[in-house]
Design a protein around this ligand. Structure first.
Ligand code: GLU
Length: 511
């Protein structure tokens, strides 16, 4: 147990669809919070107004809610640490940036974009094609380290555009303990003098993340590996602001990698390989472009988070299927791997199939009903109660229910004749004609009676029942799929069965 109440945060920028890597970061935060009876905070990091996208914040909340990992505090559920949107906290940051200048850990910089461009042009070499603003270059620029005090005062009082930059020390080792990676060390001179406060008075991410993690009493800061290079700046800020004792414990989660090749899985990979990378459908408000999500693709949220948790984590026992409660119980940050995890859509579908299989009819029924409705099929609850248990084993995605169930409601539009015709002959045709007659007089319309009739007709015709089962199936459902064929006949009823056999005979005989 932790001495202090555990508080973790998921801190996305509202810039578009929520990538599954982001959902996994949120999930690991959630699991850690719940395991430690702590609080899971959502903080919206919207300081970069040029990247702000309308609707993205609500979308993030909707995605987390669908996943069953809704944050305990956030803009949607304010607690005592609000506001939870950084744009609404603007006034808080400035004084800390100024305090850093006063203490000599940061400085005002007045360079225009042209000045910066000029510096890069002048100093670039083959080894260093893009020189940074750092300990090597800062003394050549217009800032409060190079200008006189009067000059600086004058520029500030005349509101000349300026930023505040951190003054990275030279030759210092900056170390911290990462809960996954252990001791991590950076050489300070390799890090540039990052902007902390922008010309518009907004903080950059680097300042805001530290000020807010402190103000919100975050005990553990977990985020993706892509933020590891920023860690030395953050560690120094914790120190410079005098908060080192309150610094959270860090963990940087491994990347989710492309299924083929190297590098981080991107939306483009999903488009290219035909799978979603966003949790839910995302419609870009500017371009109206719609990007498919796991939800709409037919994933159960339980399967989605189970799959995500196992991308980079396991409990060491080889167990793969976990409910959310089991994840909470078994989760530990220390068991997250250092190396990136390759995303595998086939495996994701396997998780979903396993979850569909073990879901109750009661749970699946409303989802399937809505799905069928959107495909123009009005299914009664009674019929769904019978057919869902028969078909669920065959569905990888919820949407597969449409194909698996349509024939219970409508006769197939097309029959897979190619699978029947090579072996179709008069004896089979005669068998089906007799079978139809036999069905007319069976005592009760049940799968057992239908099967008995099928077998006895086959025996009279000296035909193997196995040779006529496939044609029968194709007559009823159109293809080589579906649950046991006599069960299908029992459910669709006598009239439909006879009609489908008649139609099948007609199709196969005339071909
Ligand atoms: N705003 C950052 C992001 O978009 C958060 C990084 C962090 O958690 O420190 O991922």
């Amino acid at each position: 147990m932790h001495p202090q109440p555990v508080r973790v945060r998921f801190a996305p920028s509202p810039t578009g669809g929520l990538h599954l890597g982001g959902v996994r970061t949120a999930l690991f935060n959630y699991l850690f919070a719940k395991k430690n009876h702590g609080t899971f905070v959502l903080r919206i990091e919207d300081t970069d107004q040029t990247r702000y996208v309308q609707g993205a914040e609500q979308y993030i909340i909707d995605c987390l809610t669908w996943c069953g990992i809704a944050p305990d505090e956030g803009p949607h559920r304010p607690g005592k640490f609000g506001p939870y949107r950084q744009s609404e906290r603007k006034e808080i940051y400035k004084k800390f940036a100024e305090e850093l200048v006063e203490k000599g850990f940061a400085y005002y910089a007045f360079d225009t974009p042209e000045d910066l461009e000029k510096m890069r042009e002048e100093l670039k070499t083959e080894q260093n094609p893009s020189p940074q603003y750092n300990h090597l270059t800062r003394m050549k620029m217009s800032n409060s380290l190079t200008l006189s005090n009067e000059e600086v005062k004058e520029r500030l009082s005349s509101n000349q555009a300026h930023v505040i930059r951190i003054k990275m020390p030279e030759n210092r080792e900056i170390s911290f303990t990462d809960m996954i990676r252990g001791e991590v060390t950076f050489q300070s001179q390799l890090v540039d003098d990052k902007v902390l406060l922008k010309a518009d008075g907004m903080p950059t991410y680097h300042l805001a993340v530290v000020v807010d993690d402190h103000a919100m009493e975050i005990t553990h800061a977990f985020r993706g590996e892509e933020w590891l290079p920023s860690a030395p700046v953050h560690i120094l800020l914790w120190e410079y602001l005098g908060w080192k004792d309150a610094m959270p414990q860090w963990a940087h989660f491994p990347l989710i990698l492309k299924p083929d090749g190297q590098g981080k899985l991107s939306k483009r990979d999903g488009d290219r390989l035909g799978f979603p990378v966003f949790a839910m459908d995302w419609k870009d408000p500017k371009s109206d472009e719609l990007t498919k999500g796991f939800k709409e693709m037919g994933f159960l949220p339980e399967a989605f988070i189970n799959m995500l948790a196992l991308l980079g984590w396991n409990d060491g026992s080889g167990k793969e299927l976990f409910t959310k409660e089991e994840l909470v119980e078994h989760f530990s940050v220390e068991r997250i791997h250092k190396a990136g995890a390759k995303f595998d859509f086939e495996k994701a579908k396997w998780y979903n199939q396993e979850w569909i299989k073990t879901s109750t009819t009661e749970k699946l029924l409303p989802l399937v009903k809505t799905l069928l409705q959107s495909n123009g099929i009005e299914a009664t609850t009674e019929l769904l109660e019978k057919t869902i248990p028969l078909t669920k084993e065959r569905c990888h995605l919820l949407n597969d229910f449409v194909g698996q169930l349509t024939y219970f409601f409508n006769a197939p539009k097309e029959l897979d004749s190619a699978s029947v015709l090579p072996k179709w002959d008069a004896s089979k045709s005669n068998f089906f004609s007799s079978f139809m007659q036999g069905l007319e007089s069976i005592p009760e319309w049940t799968n057992v009676e239908i099967e008995n009739c099928f077998k006895s007709t086959a025996s009279t015709h000296e035909i193997k029942p196995g040779d006529v089962q496939l044609p029968f199936r194709i007559m009823l459902v159109g293809g080589k799929f579906g649950p046991p064929v006599f069960e299908i006949a029992a459910i669709i009823g006598k009239e439909s069965t006879l009609e489908r056999i008649k139609n099948g005979l007609h199709t196969f005989n005339k071909a």
